[in-house]
Design a binder for this molecule. Structure first.
Ligand code: KIV
Ligand code: ZN
Length: 391
């Protein structure tokens, strides 16, 4: 069975940059955009051009340097936003305008003080206006996750009639369960006229920790694009993490869903974003966290030393991490100590290991983690080592 290609739409520089306390200047955004392009991202959402002169400048600068990816600018369903985005994107080889409006009852009532029919008209008008500037127009139905499916289908149909090439179905508040989000995409695939001619996109937030699961449910039900950010950064609890969805699809090759991403660049990209944004990545973060390939309990270490696959489902090299780490703590066993000792130059016999291990445990109970210098000290101050060198 031939594989289906899933488009990766990166919004680190737009939704990701909405993280409180984080600000990237134009040069930093260009550096990150270049790396996203090299990594094989299909679409880079470079910013929200009307929001500030700085964001306009960044979108313009990114449009000039990106070689392969589509460059996208966000707008509200407002003519001036769209005109300004088109201006910022005019140097892009492949420009896309991303326009849309809130469609849930709460957005219609409280944000817009409007009604369902007027929102459908605004959706149509925004896409129709954006088409005057670019061929590629993505429409988002904000808070689609909490929008009634029948109404959402009508909004989507209207956006398609106006010329939308991509339909974005955001779970803006991260509320949906994976089966609900998947069913929503399926409902749209089955009920929206013309939907087979457009790309349906998943845009999931992580308020309940379900963003990755929801995005995967989306593509399993017919969506062809996933919107995501590096390290899952974004508003509140963040967005779907790019590295997670890409690796889910890679590791589960039986799904026959591929991406264009060069996964060996993922770790470097994660570090680049974290360093530039000044946002530290949690150590247990899937794929790119400092502990993602670190083993510290004796049972796991023994397994990994015998064969990495006993406790690792991903080869660290596949995501740009040089090797798995055997971390020495008071929970580590003899196999781990012997392995680390060998790495720093000591080939220990069973007898030597027994004595040194006992000293190691005393040391490790006082210290969280044992580093290479500690290993030298533990071994060289042990009686058995003194006997070896004086023999
Ligand atoms: O979460 C959301 O709904 C968004 C849209 C503006 C696309 O970020
Ligand atoms: Zn969002």
């Amino acid at each position: 069975m031939s594989s289906k290609q899933i488009q990766i739409f990166d919004t680190t520089l737009r939704d990701g940059e909405q993280v409180p306390g984080c600000k990237l200047d134009s040069n930093q955004k260009v550096i990150i955009a270049k790396q996203l392009d090299i990594t094989g991202v299909d679409v880079i959402e470079a910013g929200f051009p009307v929001s500030s002169p700085g964001d306009f400048k960044s979108v313009e600068a990114i449009s000039k340097i990106v070689k392969n990816a589509t460059v996208c600018g966000l707008t509200r369903a407002v003519e001036n936003d769209i005109k300004v985005a088109a201006e910022a994107l005019k140097h892009a080889k492949r420009p896309r305008i991303h326009t849309g409006i809130g469609t849930s009852d709460s957005h219609i009532k409280f944000k817009f003080n409007s009604d369902k029919e007027s929102i459908i008209k605004r959706a149509f008008d925004a896409v129709n206006y954006a088409k005057k500037f670019v061929e590629d127009v993505e429409f988002y139905a904000e808070d689609a996750g909490r929008t009634d499916n029948d109404y959402l289908a009508r909004v989507c149909e209207s956006a398609i009639k106006a010329g939308a090439t991509v339909l974005n179905i955001p779970d803006t508040t991260g509320y949906c369960l994976p089966n609900e989000y998947g069913a929503k995409i399926k409902y749209l695939m089955d009920n929206v006229k013309g939907i087979d001619n457009v790309v349906v996109s998943c845009h999931c937030h992580n308020d309940l920790g379900l963003a990755t699961a929801n995005s995967i449910a989306g593509v399993l039900n017919g969506a062809k694009q996933i919107e995501c950010t590096i390290n899952g950064i974004g508003e509140r609890a963040g967005n779907t993490a790019l590295e997670e969805v890409v690796m889910v699809l890679k590791q589960h090759s039986n799904l026959n869903l591929d991406t264009n991403i060069d996964t060996t660049k993922l770790y470097g990209l994660s570090q680049l974003v974290s360093d530039n944004m000044g946002i530290y990545t949690q150590p247990n973060k899937a794929i790119v966290g400092a502990n993602a390939f670190a083993h510290s309990s004796g049972i796991h270490q023994d397994g990994v030393i015998k064969n990495r696959e006993t406790y690792e489902i991903i080869n660290p090299k596949d995501v740009g991490v040089t090797e798995s780490a055997i971390v020495l703590t008071a929970r580590s066993g003899r196999a781990a100590l012997a392995y680390r000792a060998k790495n720093v130059g000591y080939e220990l016999t069973k007898l030597q290991l027994d004595e040194i291990y006992a000293n190691f445990l005393v040391f490790a109970d006082r210290k969280k983690e044992i580093n290479d210098n500690d290993i030298h000290q533990i071994i060289e101050t042990s009686n058995i080592y003194q006997q070896i060198i004086s023999a």
